[in-house]
Every structure is written in structure tokens, then in C-alpha cells.
Write a protein that binds this ligand. Structure first.
Ligand code: SF4
Length: 348
């Protein structure tokens, strides 16, 4: 597929910061190589990425520089987690023929553009990004007062703008990052002339998948079900997932609207199953474990199919390195053209 094959579509419909992906020409997103992917990644991002491949030119990257912003003190496992990550991507349906799959640190132009942006962006813009303070509070025990951690939304802006993306698939909590990216593009364009389009966030349904403790599923919270978990592990983790706190005893009625387990039913169970467990929950006619078993069965089925496809890709050891090499070539061509354009605009 030629580099600009997705650029035939025109027009961009914008409503409250949400844009139809069908109208986007270029989409960019990345994942940090910080360990096994889980149901939060699968339902919050990956299923959407797979669909986007039919609608836009997609760049999906392993965000290893981003991983350094929080994991800089322990980089031992980072390289080793790249191959498993790419295998997971292939297993869920990312297609290297249609999407450009690459490792961020192999495209130095991302860092170059980040540096150029850092010259023109006021520090308070970064300090007011909500996740800056939130993550500092959540990730206790490590020093996140670094320049890199403060500046990571600016690196994200470079990741997105370097491919002139119009769409960025995100959960709602990430929208401020896309807004910052738009502000960066506007400021650059105002200072040096039109170089960058303003991207929109493609808000993903179901992006906030709850973990076993009810908080957003995240490896750092220790509440995740990994894509590699076997049936027994999935059962063991989800069987102890927190429920509506009103259901202290089996005879206490609950409300699915207040139960994190029901959020997983909304993703995995059929309409009839959801209606049945909802009624059973409200009348205390069903116990929480029986309710969970309905959803667990579907999770296990899906994960077993993913694991089977993954094993097939893993049986060819050259697969991942070849994909990353081809992705690097394709990404670098576009990234270096954009950086040349930006440098010329800046008078460098
Ligand atoms: S019955 Fe199901 S929906 Fe209701 S509280 Fe228990 S786990 Fe949650």
C-alpha cells in the first residue's frame, strides 16, 4: 500500500472533540512496553485499532521512550517485552500490511520534533495536564519530578503531529493530551506558518475497563487480567473481583449500575445474559459468583482464541524483527519529511 493510500478521503466532522474515524486520513497510537497486555488494552484500544485499519492510514508504535518517563530506574525488562507486545498485536488482528508498526526509539525524528516543540511551549501548559498530578499521586515510590515526565505529553504531541495525524484513538481521560497536541500545532503554525493539522481524539467506547479492584484496569495497580492468562488464572482473578458493595450477603439485592463486574458483562455478555443477571442482581435471585461465571466464560473463550493465534505467529522467530524493520523504514520516511518541513519553517 502506498504511504498516502488513506489520504483519498476528505473532510473532517467535529463534534464536541469527537471525530468520526471514517473521515480521518491518518491515525496514530502507541503502547508502552511495560509488560503483558491485558483486557484493558484489548477492549480500551486494540479492538478499535483493528477496526481503524479499514478506515485510515494507521501508525501503531511501541512507545519505549514514553516508558522511560516512569520506568527510567528499571529498564531491564523493556527490550525483552517488545517481541511479546508485537505478537499480542498480531494475535488480536493488527496487520503489518495495512498498518505501520514500529518502535518509537528507532525513529529519532520523534525526539527531534519534541525538542523543537519544547522551545515554544510554556511549562504551565504541561503542568496543567490533569494526568501529570494524578499519576504522580498514583505512582508513589518513584521520583516523577523529572523533566521527561513533565514533558511526556509534548513527546506525545510530536508522535502524533510528525505523521500529521487527524485522529488519535483515546479514552476520555486522554482527551486533555489531544487538546494539548492541538494547542502545540496551533502555536507552531502561528509562529512559523501552517505545517501541522490539528488532530481530534477518537473517543473509544468501553475505554475504561475496570480491573479486579474496580479501578481502571492497569498493570501498575495489580488488578489486570492478562491476554496470556490461562482459563484457571482468569477464573481465579475475576471470581474475586469487587462487586456492588451493597451485596454483603447473598440475600442483599444490588444494582448492576454500581458494579464493576457488570461493566465486563456489557463488553462480553449477550443482551439476554445481561438482562438475566441484572434482574437476578436486583432481586438477589442470583449470587455474585454465578453472575460472574456467565461473563468469565466469554472472556476465557476470547483469550483462548487470541492465545492460539499468538502461538502460530510465535512459531516463526523472524516475524517480529521483520515487521519492525519494515515499519521503521515506512515510518521514518514520513517522519523525516515532516521534520525537514518543520525545520525549514523555523528557519533552521
Ligand atoms: S450479581 Fe453481578 S452485577 Fe450484581 S453485584 Fe453481583 S456481580 Fe455485580
Amino acid at each position: 500500500m502506498p504511504e498516502n493510500a488513506g489520504e483519498q478521503r476528505t473532510g473532517l466532522k467535529v463534534e464536541l472533540g469527537v471525530v468520526s474515524s471514517k473521515l480521518c486520513k491518518v491515525v496514530v497510537s502507541g503502547t508502552r512496553p511495560t509488560g503483558a497486555l491485558h483486557l484493558g488494552h484489548l477492549n480500551g484500544a486494540l479492538k478499535n485499532w483493528v477496526k481503524l485499519q479499514d478506515e485510515a492510514r494507521c501508525y501503531f508504535f511501541i512507545a519505549d521512550w514514553h516508558a522511560l518517563t516512569t520506568e527510567y530506574a528499571d529498564t531491564a525488562g523493556m527490550s525483552a517485552s517488545i517481541e511479546p507486545l508485537v505478537l499480542d498485536w498480531l494475535a488480536v488482528g493488527l496487520d503489518p500490511e495495512r498498518s505501520v508498526i514500529f518502535r518509537q526509539s528507532e525513529i529519532p525524528e520523534h525526539a527531534e520534533l519534541h525538542l523543537m516543540f519544547s522551545m515554544i511551549i510554556p511549562v504551565p501548559w504541561l503542568e496543567r495536564v490533569p494526568t501529570y498530578k494524578e499519576q504522580q499521586a498514583q505512582l508513589q515510590g518513584r521520583d516523577l519530578s523529572t523533566y521527561g515526565f513533565l514533558g511526556y505529553p509534548l513527546l506525545q504531541a510530536a508522535d502524533i503531529l510528525i505523521y500529521k495525524a487527524l485522529g488519535v484513538p483515546v479514552g476520555e481521560d486522554q482527551l486533555p493530551h489531544v487538546e494539548l497536541t492541538r494547542e502545540v500545532a496551533r502555536r507552531f503554525n502561528r509562529l512559523y506558518g501552517e505545517v501541522f493539522p490539528e488532530p481530534k481524539g477518537l473517543v473509544v467506547d468501553g475505554a475504561r475497563v475496570p480491573g479486579t479492584d474496580g479501578r481502571k484496569m492497569s498493570k501498575s495497580y495489580g488488578n489486570a487480567v492478562a491476554l496470556s492468562d490461562d482459563a484457571g488464572t482468569v477464573y481465579e482473578k475475576l471470581a474475586r473481583m469487587v462487586t456492588d458493595t451493597r451485596r454483603v450477603r447473598r440475600s442483599d439485592p444490588g444494582d448492576p449500575a454500581d458494579c464493576p463486574v457488570f461493566k465486563l458483562h456489557e463488553i462480553y455478555s449477550s443482551e439476554e445474559e445481561r438482562a438475566e443477571v441484572s434482574a437476578g442482581c436486583r432481586s438477589a435471585g442470583i449470587g455474585c459468583l454465578d453472575c460472574k461465571k456467565v461473563m468469565i466464560k466469554h472472556v476465557v473463550e476470547e483469550l483462548e482464541a487470541i492465545q492460539e493465534r499468538r502461538a502460530r505467529f510465535a512459531s516463526n522467530p523472524a516475524t517480529v524483527s521483520e515487521i519492525l524493520e519494515a515499519g521503521r523504514e515506512r515510518a521514518r520516511k514520513v517522519a523525516s519529511a515532516t521534520v525537514s518541513e518543520a525545520k525549514a519553517a523555523m528557519g533552521l
